[in-house]
Structures are given as structure tokens and as C-alpha cells.
Design a protein around this ligand. Structure first.
Ligand code: SF4
Length: 179
């Protein structure tokens, strides 16, 4: 990797100021996260960025071992109605994909983004990678890649709690893998 300062300048240029650097080894990858995707989440098999359309837990560990740095971006937001949540993350993630592209064009050719939610670019997801309507833009979420987001972000002092009311502010996180 070249200079972190150079990258931070790029993040700032794209409007991101709330982020932290972590070592790939400090990202907690756990089988229990994948199990919760398989049992208890309606996106399993219905969203093309969610399991089973993603690498295995072991493959995710391998993936992280191929990078030298991870940047975690923090986004906090409160919505009026629960149904507004995905509209908000859709906008956030569309901008993050542009940042990933900017890194690529700056020479960080391995840059890979994990969005801060499952992909909600289309009103009806096709449910498989092969049929995805926006394969160039769709990225998986950290959770769908078996990352224990709670444990990982708490390690670096970011806030996150289980929410019990939709009126409570959400703390969402995107991960950017960089060589
Ligand atoms: S781009 Fe559309 S089809 Fe592809 S994962 Fe996202 S919502 Fe699903």
C-alpha cells in the first residue's frame, strides 16, 4: 500500500470523515454469523448478495488474508418508518461503490467494498449472482461475508448496540479492503 494519508485525502474528497483503519487480522469472521443468515433471515436465497451467493466462511478468511488494510466507514441514521431503512442504505452504498472505483483508478486495483447493507438497488432482487440486474454495482454486506460486525467495530471503539425500537438511531458499517 502507498500512503494512508493519500487515501484519506481521497476519502475526504468523497465526503467521508468517519472511518477507522484496522488490520485484516482484527476483523472477526465467524461461522455463527453465516448460521444466522441461513436460519432466521428472509434474505437467504432471495438476495443475490447474500448467502448462498457468497464465498464460504473459510474462503472469506482467505480473502482477508490477501489484503493489507481494511477501512471501516461508520454511518449513523434514524428513519421515520422502518420501510425507509433500505432506501437510505441504497443511497449510501451507491456512493461507496464510487469510492471503491476511485481507489481502483488511483492504482489500488484490489480495492473491494462490503456495503453497509444487503443490496437493494432493485425493487425485486433476482436472488442469484447469475441473474443479478446490476452485477457491476452489487456488493455483499459484511454480515453476508460472515463478519461479526458487533465484535469488530467495538474493537476499534465504534458504537453499536442491539436496537429494540425503530425510532432508535442505527449505526451501520461498510468495510473497504485495500492492498
Ligand atoms: S442489483 Fe438488483 S438483482 Fe443484483 S443483488 Fe442488487 S437488488 Fe439483487
Amino acid at each position: 500500500m502507498r500512503d494512508r494519508k493519500e487515501l484519506e485525502t481521497l476519502f475526504h474528497k468523497h465526503g467521508y470523515t468517519d472511518f477507522k483503519w484496522v488490520e485484516p487480522i482484527d476483523v472477526v469472521i465467524s461461522q455463527w454469523v453465516r448460521t444466522k443468515c441461513m436460519f432466521g433471515c428472509g434474505n437467504y436465497g432471495h438476495n443475490a448478495t447474500c448467502p448462498p451467493n457468497v464465498p464460504s466462511v473459510e474462503e472469506v478468511r482467505q480473502l482477508f488474508a490477501e489484503y493489507r488494510a481494511v477501512v471501516i466507514f461508520h454511518f449513523a441514521h434514524t428513519v421515520e418508518k422502518p420501510e425507509d431503512r433500505h432506501a437510505w442504505t441504497r443511497g449510501v452504498n451507491q456512493e461507496l461503490v464510487k469510492l471503491e472505483r476511485a481507489l481502483f483508478l488511483a492504482g489500488y486495483y484490489k480495492a473491494f467494498l462490503l456495503c453497509c447493507d444487503s443490496c437493494y438497488l432493485c425493487p425485486d432482487c433476482t436472488g442469484t449472482r447469475g441473474t443479478c440486474k446490476n452485477p457491476r454495482l452489487a456488493r455483499p454486506s459484511p454480515e453476508s461475508m460472515a463478519i461479526d460486525v458487533f465484535a469488530t467495530v467495538r474493537r476499534v471503539g465504534f458504537p453499536i448496540e442491539v436496537l429494540t425500537e425503530y425510532s432508535q438511531a442505527m449505526n451501520r458499517y461498510a468495510f473497504l479492503l485495500i492492498e
